[in-house]
Design a protein. Structure first.
Lengths: 283, 310
């Protein structure tokens, strides 16, 4: 048999990212080497004041950046994943889940709820890369669907903020099924007349890009965000092609017509505010 | 499989029996054999058995989409091109006669000869392939043709141009197009159901798998490279994420299993095609006379329910 064995994974790339990022302190800018105290970074929305590099933002901090003070009400915060396959690699999946919960204080990689942005009511579905690489398993899929249903029921738009390596392979084929599941939910949201505003942050790859994140009425990305279906390493190994410097980045995606705008973090809240007002005044 | 999973499996098996028992007694013998195989798998399900199914799913003599099309369709007319940029040969589309009516087909195509394999890109579609699929889905919907999709791909092509042309978005929009269809849709995974590249054309009313097909979120090699840091551990990875048909049925991901000739579809392509054709016609018959809105509702409800929460 000579069919090439190609890793066309949409899986969580957490392990890879961990090993690559081992060198730097999380508050040291990987682009220019500047180092910051945590409160300094937080005050600058976790954007390097020196070079503009966008650091990752945890889900609750992102919500605090975007939502009007005191308006966010979390929903379904206690949904937890089962272990349908009894999955065990070097560590049991249950143990990985417990570790992630302990490390992040979250029950899984997405936080949903209702909020206002610059006065406009909306629902939020915000991902957290720190929880198992933001990988999408049954809980992320279910929460996203509930956020869509909540938005449709209230007749308000849904704002999603993606940060994910892709599907959670510890849930096997059920994690792949979260793609069609979330796609169905977006279609129903659209049929109800509500908008989906999709924000893609670093990274939004694999199964996320191949499902709801790409189906927003408006697609926004943060500067430099990696947004590719296959990761750069996979593409390099498969094709032996020399990758362009901005391979899969937000800038390339804008140039090729796949997103509407690149929005620096400081402008994200006013941009969403504007869009929410525009979508609120249909017919 | 855990013993408490039994009721679900039995229920689905009986549903499957309903699909294929229609008017053909030989098939009921196949069902019996399948039931025995599932029982056996449930008892043993060794790592080796799962790996053997992966090898069969990838067997180079296994019938591919066009091998089935020429055997089960009459008067098949192939449709080419995405109406935008090019014709992706990794995705075959067309309309033809099946069971006395016109049915639209979308299938991923592998090949055996080296030149042909390159032309088919080893069954790995570019975004253009998914856009071609979407236009044929819309054609089917306009004219009330039921849609059959045959899944057989290691995955969507991971290349620079594929990314530049919007691979992720194309896969998302192909699924979204299937959510909107008001015609009956049937998917059969006939070989490798590789990840997003497979599910792009598999959001169907009835999703079936051939007995020795696989359906997975990642290739066993890819999973092993990441979790075990060693691609050689692929059999171990496959045993952990269980891409075989029986497990997919147990997890509620597919609606039925299509039996294959003893030893695998490659042993008797004609019989494999006959069994496939009968299963497809059976599934389409079940979906007959269901109104478009009811079809859409049930399809969405099915995918809505997928996943397991604590």
């Amino acid at each position: 048999m000579s069919t090439p064995r190609i890793d066309v994974s949409i899986e969580n790339k957490r392990e890879e990212v961990d090993t690559q990022d081992d060198k730097g302190h999380p508050n040291t800018c990987p682009a220019c080497g500047s180092h910051y105290r945590d409160d300094e970074l937080e005050r600058h929305l976790r954007v390097c004041p020196h070079c503009g590099h966008h650091f990752p933002v945890r889900a609750l901090e992102r919500i605090a950046q975007l939502a009007d003070d005191g308006t966010f009400v979390e929903e379904d915060g206690d949904l937890r994943s089962a272990d349908p396959l009894g999955f065990y690699d070097l560590k049991p999946y249950r143990e990985r889940l417990a570790d992630a919960e302990r490390a992040t204080g979250l029950s899984d990689a997405m936080v949903i709820g209702g909020a206002r942005i610059e006065g406009s009511a909306c629902r939020l579905a915000v991902m957290d890369f720190a929880f198992m690489g933001g990988s999408m398993g049954s809980v992320v899929g279910e929460k996203f669907v509930r956020a869509c249903e909540g938005a449709a029921g209230a007749g308000v738009p849904l704002v999603s903020v993606a940060a994910s390596g892709g599907a959670r392979m510890q849930e096997g084929i059920l994690s792949l099924m979260q793609l069609p599941k979330t796609v169905c939910a977006v279609e129903e949201l659209h049929e109800s007349g509500s908008a989906l505003l999709s924000v893609m942050t670093h990274p939004t790859t694999g199964g996320l890009l191949a499902s709801f994140a790409s189906l927003g009425d408006v697609l926004l990305a943060e500067p430099g965000a990696l947004m590719s279906f296959a990761g750069p390493r996979v593409v390099q190994q498969t094709t032996r092609e020399k990758l362009p410097d901005d391979f899969g980045r937000a800038e390339q995606n804008l140039r090729f017509g796949h997103i509407d705008a690149i929005v620096p973090r400081a402008e994200l809240r006013p941009t969403l505010g504007r869009l929410l007002r525009l979508f609120a005044h249909a017919g | 499989m855990s013993p408490d999973a039994d009721p679900g499996l039995r229920e689905r098996l009986s549903k499957l029996a309903g699909v294929t028992l229609r008017r053909d007694t030989r098939l009921s013998a196949e069902m019996e054999r399948l039931q025995q195989q599932l029982d056996r798998l449930k008892e043993e399900a060794t790592d080796e058995e799962i790996w053997n199914r992966v090898l069969l799913a990838r067997h180079q003599d296994r019938p591919y989409t066009l091998d089935y099309v020429e055997r089960i369709f009459g008067d098949f007319f192939e449709l080419h091109g995405d109406r935008g940029r090019l014709d992706d040969a990794a995705v075959v589309t067309g309309i033809g006669s099946l069971g006395g009516r016109t049915v639209a087909l979308i299938g991923q195509q592998k090949a055996r000869e080296i030149q042909e394999r390159v032309k088919r890109n080893f069954g790995m579609a570019y975004p253009e392939g998914y856009r071609k699929a979407v236009r044929v889905m819309e054609l089917a919907d306009r004219h009330g043709f039921p849609l059959l999709t045959l899944v057989d791909t290691p995955g969507a092509y991971p290349g620079v141009a594929a990314e530049q042309h919007g691979q992720g978005g194309a896969i998302a929009r192909s699924q979204a197009a299937m959510v909107r269809l008001g015609v009956p849709t049937v998917t059969v995974v006939i070989g490798e159901g590789g990840s997003g590249g497979a599910v792009a054309i598999a959001l169907a009313d009835k999703v079936l798998m051939q007995e020795n097909a696989m359906y997975s979120v990642i290739s066993p090699e890819g999973c092993a490279a990441i979790l075990w840091r060693d691609a050689e551990q692929a059999p171990k990875a496959a045993a952990a994420f269980k891409p075989d048909a029986a497990h997919c049925l147990e997890l509620g991901v597919i609606d039925g299993i299509v039996p294959e000739p003893v030893g695998g579809a490659q042993e008797d392509p004609d019989l494999a095609a006959q069994l496939l054709g009968e299963a497809v016609e059976g599934a389409l018959a079940e979906l007959d006379r269901i109104l478009p809105d009811a079809l859409k509702r049930a399809r969405r409800a099915k995918f809505r329910s997928m996943g397991v929460l604590a």
